[in-house]
Design a protein around this ligand. Structure first.
Ligand code: ADP
Ligand code: MG
Length: 244
């Protein structure tokens, strides 16, 4: 892998999480390398979003360890984790300009005002939207809104980037273009990334490695090629086979 700048990988160790009596994660283990683009697949309701939210610090407190570099995030509040997350719906502030949306996290972090413009413009430039800084979200296309959501996340320089089906709301041709942009950006920044998707082609064409989740546990981890050629169990074989 080239351009590795992120020093931190992610280790998830024996993670358990329940909603009331419903067990959603029942012993998830993952080792993600620094700078890796790691795709995460699984059927709807298998706990993909729950896992990302647990890493980011949202939702019920899980049992187990979440290590980013040598820091154990479990138990830390979300704002102390230095984890960036992008959701399927862009969740931009509708009453704020693009510039203000991207600056929001920096203002919260009390970054000196003179640095904010510089950082915001660098982030907007990375996603190709420098000329859109003064627009309102409603004046942007879906793809542009998702680029703003990405800029808003990377501007805070997170240790890891969590993407929860970020391209699912886009139409098919734009999705292909955006996944290329996303991968190019990830490579440029060298950001350790978990990319949740239900689109296998999206995973195949982007991921260094991928994992398939079912029944609250990771069923298999490996390169896309390995999982297709050598599925370790019937679930993985069926899941990757039927949707093709
Ligand atoms: P995925 O993202 O893989 O589609 P989710 O992580 O959203 O799956 O959901 C996993 C399971 O946890 C589902 O059965 C879902 O109903 C349940 N779940 C998710 N969020 C909540 C919640 N806030 N309260 C109760 N159950 C939830
Ligand atoms: Mg989900």
């Amino acid at each position: 892998m080239t351009h590795i700048k992120s020093k931190s990988g992610i280790s998830v160790r024996d993670l358990h999480l329940s909603f009331g009596s419903t067990k959603v994660l029942t012993g998830v283990n993952l080792e993600i390398e620094p700078g890796e683009f790691f795709a995460f697949l699984g059927p709807s309701g298998s706990g993909k979003s729950t896992l990302l939210r647990a890493i980011a610090g949202f939702g019920p407190q899980p049992q187990g360890q979440i290590l980013v570099g040598d820091r154990n995030l479990a138990g830390l509040p979300p704002w102390e984790r230095n984890v960036g997350m992008v959701f399927q719906s862009y969740a931009l502030w509708p009453h704020m300009s693009v510039r203000k949306n991207v600056a929001f996290g920096l203002v919260e972090k009390k970054v000196p005002t003179r640095l904010i413009d510089e950082k915001v413009e660098a982030a907007l430039s990375l996603v190709g939207l420098l000329d859109y800084a003064e627009r309102m979200p409603s004046q942007l296309s879906g793809g542009q809104q998702q680029r703003v959501a990405l800029a808003r996340t990377i501007v805070t320089k997170p240790d890891v980037l969590l993407l929860d089906e970020p391209l699912s709301n886009l139409d098919a041709s734009l999705r292909v273009q955006m996944r290329r942009e996303l991968l190019a950006l990830q490579r440029k920044l060298g950001l350790t990334t978990i990319f949740v998707t239900h689109d296998q082609e999206e995973a195949n064409t982007t991921a260094d490695r991928m994992a398939v989740l079912d029944q609250g546990v990771v069923q298999q981890v490996g390169s896309p090629q390995t999982l297709y050629d050598h599925p370790e169990n019937l679930f993985v074989a069926g899941f990757l086979g039927t949707a093709n």
